[in-house]
Design a protein around this ligand. Structure first.
Ligand code: ADP
Ligand code: MG
Length: 315
């Protein structure tokens, strides 16, 4: 069994009347890329700030590396790297100086530090920009600088809080690949996001959050295997008559149907040959069929079934 790296037990954090984190419990193991997925305002950043002892909280217990986390737990903090949601770099320093500054908070030996800074630069692909000041960098490069500053001291636990918001696709892929590489090199990662695709791409396990609570957790497969809707089939079909529409509803495994704007949407719970059966039914009626698609459940399906809301993938 892998070691527990982070243990949060019944964390409660209020901002005056607002309950931002509501009895949240989590356990994260060594070697995981653990996702915290939830819409804006669901309490991800607040949870991270409590975890780091940057914010006091009302109730609960937090352990990191098996020890109690406190504002003065410097021996724990030196093994943690943080990439905050809001980019935090020094405008007056160059890219190189910024990374050197943050790395210098942890590594005093000059030669050792230079090696670490150079590695962080190579890792984030910032070689061509070392002499630039942050103001001259594009959004994506600035994010990469933010990451380089957070990871240069080779922490065992790295926390990324929405590192790809407002980032171009190329930088986004670079960031995601980089996180996987850091994990392969031995770091345990916590990754918060409201983009379900990213979480599906890189996370080994995740907790889905809503209104300060964990509403589901497990591996992506575990979460998806618990949803009612196992397949959503969409068919473009003109002039669908009421009788055929009712017949579609009687097909095996169908639990929901809709017909809107010439598109038939059918939701299934289980079943193997749903598309074939549906198309046969429509064709037997002599209906003209256009585009057909079949979707497997996503983390949005999980969120939708648990909350009745869409987990918006756009900003
Ligand atoms: P997320 O990171 O998931 O978007 P946050 O942790 O930032 O969510 O916010 C959770 C809730 O707490 C939101 O309703 C937000 O408006 C509120 N909140 C966050 N920070 C503060 C603060 N400093 N003071 C008051 N309310 C806050
Ligand atoms: Mg946040």
């Amino acid at each position: 069994m892998a070691q527990t790296v982070v243990k949060i037990d019944k964390l409660v954090k209020r901002y005056k009347e607002l309950l931002a984190v509501d009895h949240l419990s989590l356990e994260i193991f060594e070697g995981e890329v653990f996702g915290l997925l939830g819409p804006n305002g669901s309490g991800k950043t607040t949870t991270i700030n409590c975890l780091l002892s940057l914010l006091s909280y009302d109730k609960g217990e937090i352990q990191i590396f098996g020890r109690d986390m406190k504002p003065t737990a410097y021996d724990i903090k030196k093994d943690i790297g943080v990439v905050m949601q809001n980019v935090a770099v020094v405008d007056q320093l160059t890219v190189y100086e910024n990374i050197d500054y943050f790395c210098g908070l942890y590594i005093k030996d000059k030669a050792e530090r230079k090696k670490a800074v150079d590695e962080a630069i190579a890792f984030t692909g910032l070689e061509d920009f070392v002499k630039f000041k942050p103001k001259k960098l594009s959004g994506g490069l600035l994010r990469r600088l933010n990451i380089a500053c957070g990871i240069a001291h080779k922490p065992k636990l790295i926390i990324f809080d929405e590192p790809t918001v407002a980032v171009d696709p190329q930088s986004r892929n670079k960031i995601l690949e980089g996180i996987i590489d850091l994990n392969k090199a031995g770091a345990t990662v916590i990754y918060t996001s409201h983009y379900m695709e990213e979480v599906e791409q890189i996370c080994t396990r995740l907790a889905v959050m809503d209104k300060g609570r964990v509403i589901a957790s497990g591996t992506i497969d575990e979460l998806k295997s618990n949803v009612k809707c196992s397949e959503t089939v969409k068919v473009e079909v003109r002039a669908l008559d009421d009788e055929t529409y009712e017949e579609v509803g009687q097909l095996d495994h169908v639990f929901e149907k809709a017909y809107d704007n010439g598109e038939l949407t059918v939701k299934y719970t289980g079943g193997k040959h749903n598309v074939v059966r549906l198309l046969n039914t429509l064709q037997n009626k002599g209906l003209h069929i256009g585009r057909v698609s079949s979707e497997q459940p996503t983390l949005n399906t999980v969120f939708l079934e648990l909350t009745g809301k869409e987990l918006r993938d756009k900003d």
